[in-house]
Every structure is written in C-alpha cells, then in structure tokens.
Design a protein. Structure first.
Length: 224
C-alpha cells in the first residue's frame, strides 16, 4: 500500500486529503509544519510527499532541500504561490511536480497516480514514446517499423532527461544547465526550438502533443 505524507498548515486541507486518499487505499500520515514533515519522512519513509510551501516554521523549499539531502522520495508541491519564480524555485530545489491552490482533488489524484506508478527508467532498456522506441543504452530511437530516427546530440540530451523522469516536471533551468551549460539559463528560446523539433519527430500530432508537455513558465513533462 502506497504511503503518502501530507504536509500543510490548513486543518481543512489535511482532513480533505486524508479522507480522499484513504478512500482510495493510500496510507496517510499528516504533518502541520516543516519540522513534522522532516521527522515524519525520516521515521515513516513515505512513498510520496505532498507539501505546502507556506508552513509556519520554515519555508517549504527548505523542507524540500532537507529531504533531498538524504531521500529521493517524490515530492508534489501543493501551494497557493502561483508566481513562476516560486514554482521554479521549488522544482530546482528537487520537487517533482507543482499543483497550485485552489486545486481539484481529481487533478491531484491524477498527478499522484502518475508519479507513484512510474518505473525508474535507469532500470529499463527502452522507453516507448507512442509508436517510437527509445533505446537508452544504445542512444537510438526507432520509429514505426523499426526505422531509425535521427536526433541531434542536443535533441538526444533533452529527450534522455525527459524519458528518464516519466511524469516528472523538469524545470527549464535544469534542462538548460544540463544540456547546454549553467551559462545559458536565460536562453529559454532554445528549449522551445528543440522541443518543437522533438515533437515533429516523435509525436503523431506535433500541434497537439501527448508525450512532451509544456508547463508554461516552469518546464516540461514527459507523459508515457
């Protein structure tokens, strides 16, 4: 049974999420502040953390950094902070996804399912992208019928990061730093150009992508 640690200073939100998650067979533990989040994670070892940023004792980003010091547990931020800077800061600190309050329970549950069901791509020889197959070890993409799809080194760099993190929101800063360099963090136009190219090569309908999803102002997500 999947264990979920919910961290929020709102008793109403804690009660709502505990009720909805338990109704869907998740084990749930709650914490009202950052100290409780760090203690609960260390003692209970959850499979997922749902975290508010506006906690009474510390900023949620500091909680993310504290968790990332020793744990790779998936973290979904659930926050009323809607500014892109807050979202990017949480993602750069190590969050896996970001849902803005007020939120729909169905949307949050869908994000939870996507993160908790994903398999580590490091353990997979190939990842399917629609009708295409990505050979991570051989660094080759095969299209329908087995034909090889030519990718540039930059296109491959973006593709590899995304498919190794299925369902995870990858920030623009991380993609720019890892594929280009930390000196290119402002060149978000690079991402638009190369993601458009990947969609043309790997999506059935590039104008309506199903696998390479843009999260405006934040980054990109690969949906298997």
């Amino acid at each position: 049974m999947t264990r979920v640690l919910v961290v929020d200073d709102s008793p109403q939100i804690l009660a709502t999420l505990r009720l909805n998650l338990r109704a869907r067979s998740y084990q749930v533990q709650i914490a009202p502040d950052g100290e409780g989040a760090l203690t609960g994670a260390a003692e209970w070892h959850p499979d997922l953390v749902i975290l508010d940023l506006g906690l009474p004792d510390m900023d949620g980003v500091d909680v993310i950094r504290g968790l990332r010091g020793w744990s790779a547990v998936p973290i979904i931020v659930l926050s009323g902070r809607a500014e892109s800077g807050d979202k990017v800061g949480a993602l750069d600190a190590g969050a896996d996804d970001y849902v803005t309050k007020p939120f729909g329970v169905d949307e949050l549950l869908a994000r939870i399912r996507a993160i908790t069901r994903r398999a580590p791509a490091d353990d997979l020889p190939t990842v399917d992208v629609g009708r295409h197959s990505v050979d991570l070890k051989g660094k080759i993409v095969h299209g329908p019928g087995g034909a090889r799809v030519h990718l540039t080194p930059t296109e491959w760099g973006l593709l590899e990061i995304l498919v190794r993190n299925p369902g995870k929101l990858i920030s623009q800063r991380r993609l720019l730093a890892e594929v280009w360099s930390p000196n290119h963090l402002s060149e978000t136009n690079y991402l638009r150009v190369y993601l458009a190219s990947l969609r043309r090569k790997l999506e059935d309908d590039p104008s309506r992508p199903r696998h390479f999803i843009t999260e405006p102002g934040m980054g990109y997500r690969f949906e298997p």
